[in-house]
Structure formats: C-alpha cells, structure tokens
Design a protein around this ligand. Structure first.
Ligand code: AMP
Ligand code: ZN
Ligand code: FE
Ligand code: FE
Length: 292
C-alpha cells in the first residue's frame, strides 16, 4: 500500500516521524511519503527510522495561493516530492512561510484572548521548536486543553473557522512559483486535495488545466475530503492532461481522525511515474541483495 501524504509532530501531526513510520509499517504501508507542512525538518529522523522493507519518499506540503479561475485567489496546498532540501530558493521560501505561520498563531491568539478565549499564542509557540511551522491544529490543542472544545476537529468547526472572527491569513507562495521552485530543485509537484471544499473555496477546473500546462506534475484525487463526483471530475482532468494521479490519507494522527493511515492509496504505476521524474534526492528503499 502506497500512502503519499502524511504529517508528523514536526508540523501538525501527533506522531513523531519515528512513530509515524511504525504506524505505517503496522498498517501494511510499503511506500510512505512524509509531507510535513513547509518543512523538511523531519527527513533525517524518518530516514533513520525507516524499517527495512519500507520505501520512504521525502517530501513536504507547500502553502500556496492560486488563481481561483473566477478572477480571485484561493489558498491551496502543493505536495513536493524528492526535491533537493538544500536548494536555496526552497530553504528561504519555507523559512518565510514558517515565520508567517508563527506570526499568525500569535495574531489569532491575540484575537481569541480579546474575545475571551483562553489562548496564549506566545506560550504555545514557546513549547514548539523555534522554526516550527505552527498551525491551527496547535491552537486547537490549546483550546482542548483549556476545555473550550472537546477535540481539535470541534475547534476547526468553531473558533478556528476560516470565515470566523479569529482567523488570520498567513503568507503563502504563489502556486506557479512553488511549482517552478520544486521542479528546479529536481522535485515532483502534485496539487494536494484540489477540491477539498470543506477547507474553504476551491479552484475551478480551468485552473488545473492552466497549472498542468505550466509544469504541474500531478493531482491528488483519492483524498478523504473528496467526494465521488469530485473524484470523477478530477479523474477526467487527469485523463485529459496526462497529470499523474495520487491518493493518500493526509494522516495527522489524533489531530484529524477522519481517515486512518493508508485509508486512501496511490496506484503503483502512478508512483513509478513520480520516481521516474524525480531528480532531487533519491527515494529510500532497501537495496536488492547482490546476485549470487
Ligand atoms: P493551517 O495550515 O494552520 O491553516 O491548518 C490547517 C491544517 O490543519 C491542515 O493541514 C489540515 O489538514 C489540518 N487539520 C487538522 N485537523 C483538522 C480538522 N479537524 N479540520 C480541518 N483541518 C484539520
Ligand atoms: Zn496539516
Ligand atoms: Fe493540505
Ligand atoms: Fe496535509
């Protein structure tokens, strides 16, 4: 089973990279991608923890902003696989996004405190690494700890809502820039959950056609936030454009409980296309025993 989109405690998952790989192995995952938000900070630990028999794809989920195809813009996520983690443009851009994420935790914390919710953004950040890509799930955990809500999911349906009074936007990389950056660093760029409507407004199909022409490698179709009709629409777009098609759980441990690891998976032939295109870093797998 191939799961190409998961998060660890290095971003907003609840399992360390080591624990995540153990969970994946226990669930029968044979190929796992670690795709923390806006960081490659978990790559080294995941590499060290890779159990024999498991293939590890080093990746990240980039925060982007895309044209929506209606004259406006929407935030969107882009998965980058097997890019050079030392590429200067990627290093600088990920640092910029992470700093903006932390500023936003402070700003949302201030709004919540002003509104009577017991959240201290600064205190929350002090418990995370200095370069953390802190996110709304961390605020959600603070709201759970304070007894305001019972779960992070409940927090997302309430105080963390995008259209709610406490929401603050962060800096996001323009989608076309992010695609070009990943490819220039030898990586493969896949549009994450393009039709995840419950996360907010989504792009028109025309945008996916434009991005495919501009160098996008693939789209994530089988994702817990996609219903059957959206999967069909995206499948037709992939057939029309030749985009690679992926599927993945977007596992976040107990921060997001809608799908278990490998609850959605990628077809082996599609995974092979990613491997063929990648030139940044190698996929990590066991060497075949020498022929005797
Ligand atoms: P942020 O990136 O800080 O805007 O927070 C959004 C992230 O929270 C996304 O990666 C989501 O996958 C994650 N998340 C975790 N739990 C939930 C939830 N219950 N509802 C929506 N998003 C969630
Ligand atoms: Zn997340
Ligand atoms: Fe995402
Ligand atoms: Fe994700």
């Amino acid at each position: 089973m191939i799961d190409l989109h998961t998060h660890s405690t290095v971003s907003d998952g609840t399992e360390t990279p080591t624990e995540l790989l153990a969970t994946a192995a226990g669930a029968g995952v044979t190929v796992l991608a670690l795709t923390d938000h806006d960081t490659t900070g978990g790559w080294a630990e995941a590499t060290a923890a890779r159990p024999s028999g498991m293939t590890l794809v080093r990746g990240a989920e980039f925060s982007t902003v895309s044209p929506d195809g209606r004259g406006g813009e929407v935030t969107a996520h882009l998965l980058g696989y097997l890019f050079d983690p030392e590429d200067p443009a990627i290093v600088a851009e990920q640092e910029r996004v992470r700093a903006s994420r932390r500023d936003r935790v402070r700003a949302m914390g201030e709004r919540m405190a002003a509104g009577g919710l017991p959240v201290d953004g600064e205190a929350l950040l002090a418990r995370l690494p200095a370069d953390s890509p802190a996110g709304r799930p961390h605020i959600g955990q603070a709201l759970v700890a304070a007894g305001v809500v019972e779960s992070v999911s409940e927090a997302f349906a309430g105080p963390l809502r995008k259209d709610g009074p406490y929401y603050v936007e962060k800096y996001n990389t323009p989608m076309a820039t992010a695609i070009a950056m990943i490819r220039a660093a030898g990586g493969v760029a896949v549009f994450a959950h393009p039709f995840a409507r419950k996360k907010g407004p989504i792009v028109e199909s025309s945008v996916i056609l434009d991005l495919a022409a501009a160098g996008l490698d693939g789209i994530e179709i089988d994702h817990p936030d996609h219903g059957p009709e959206d999967r069909a629409t995206l499948g037709a777009l992939a057939a029309e454009t030749g985009l690679i098609v992926t599927g993945s759980s977007d596992y976040h441990g107990t921060n997001k409980t809608n799908t278990p690891i490998a609850g959605e998976t990628t077809a082996p032939a599609e995974f092979e296309k990613i491997i063929e295109r990648a030139k940044g870093v190698e996929v990590l797998a066991d060497r075949r025993p020498p022929a005797t």
